[in-house]
Ligand binder design. Structure first.
Ligand code: HBI
Ligand code: FE
Length: 288
């Protein structure tokens, strides 16, 4: 039984303020804004990750980051949505933190990306259990400017609503994890990161591209949906797409036959390797 990426919110155990939510689990950003300390945490994370992203992120992410023109203060979601909506029709909605799968998928299916309204403390720079504003905004929002990825994520949301009914949430959660959160993509300069969990991480962004330790396997939908993942260490396996069109095309068919096929196969460990896996060799001189 694999851990779902996020424990479904019984809200009691979660950080955010779920008291003042709308029926669709959304909230507004704090009316009186954020403290100087919170803006400083944002600024520090933004500087660290932007520097790393210049070297290790895919060009589409860097284009979206530039289009957002985020500065050294926590962004206003309405203003960012105005820019984003004009490009791909997506907009940002504030949420108190993790929300149930069906609510989350429902927002994605309507081109609304849920972004957490609170930001981590300084002592949580390198790991926190739940996605915060920095992970969601910096990690996820820039790629929504890419038209093909934007279409993929909406298709993913629609698939999630159907998967809920088919009891296939766990297999779709693996697809989300190994693409939207921890995906790699081929570029003429070599493999680059597009996954938000990588792009918002100080350690994993260089590691995922440079280290010889993890497996890097060519994108294979069924292989991904049967592969467990780890939620509190660097990934042992990354999946590499050729381009976002490959991702979008993979989610075009109805998944029902896939779920039947997967039910007959064993679930694989996060560090499994199969003879059929299309492997990417680490760059020369990689640190272990
Ligand atoms: N809720 N706010 C928020 N953010 C997420 O990334 C999120 C979620 N709920 C469920 C969820 N992710 C995962 O189960 C995905 O696999 C759907
Ligand atoms: Fe995320």
């Amino acid at each position: 039984m694999g851990m779902n990426e996020h424990p479904l919110p019984d809200t009691a155990g979660l950080r955010g303020d779920y008291g003042a939510m709308a029926a669709d689990w959304t909230v507004r950003q704090p009316a009186n804004g954020y403290s100087a300390e919170e803006h400083d945490v944002w600024r520090t994370l933004l500087r660290r990750q932007s520097l790393l992203a210049q070297r290790h992120a895919c060009p589409e992410f860097l284009d979206g980051l530039a289009a957002l023109q985020i500065d050294e203060r926590i962004p206003d979601f309405e203003r960012a949505s105005d820019v984003l909506r004009r490009r791909t029709g997506w907009r940002i909605v504030g949420v108190p933190g993790l929300i149930p799968d069906d609510a989350f998928y429902g927002h994605l299916a309507a081109r609304r990306f849920p972004v957490t309204v609170w930001i981590r403390r300084r002592d949580e720079f390198d790991y926190l259990a739940e996605p915060d504003l920095f992970h969601d905004f910096f990690g996820h929002v820039p790629l929504l400017f890419d038209p093909v990825f934007a279409d993929y994520l909406q298709a993913y949301g629609r698939g999630g609503l159907k998967a809920d009914a088919l009891g296939a949430i766990e297999m779709l959660a693996r697809l989300y994890w190994y693409t939207v959160e921890f995906g790699l993509i081929e570029t003429p300069e070599g493999v680059r990161a597009y996954g938000a969990g990588i792009l918002s991480s100080g350690g994993e962004l260089p590691y995922c591209v440079e280290s010889a330790a993890p497996h890097r396997i060519g994108f294979d939908l069924l292989r991904i949906m049967r592969t467990r993942y780890k939620i509190d260490t660097f990934q042992e396996t990354y999946f590499v797409i050729r381009d976002f069109r490959e991702l979008f095309d993979a989610t075009a068919p109805d998944f029902t036959p896939y779920y039947a096929e997967l039910a007959r196969q064993e679930v694989l460990a996060a560090d499994a390797l199969l003879p059929a896996d299309r492997r990417f060799t680490p760059p020369a001189g990689s640190p272990r």
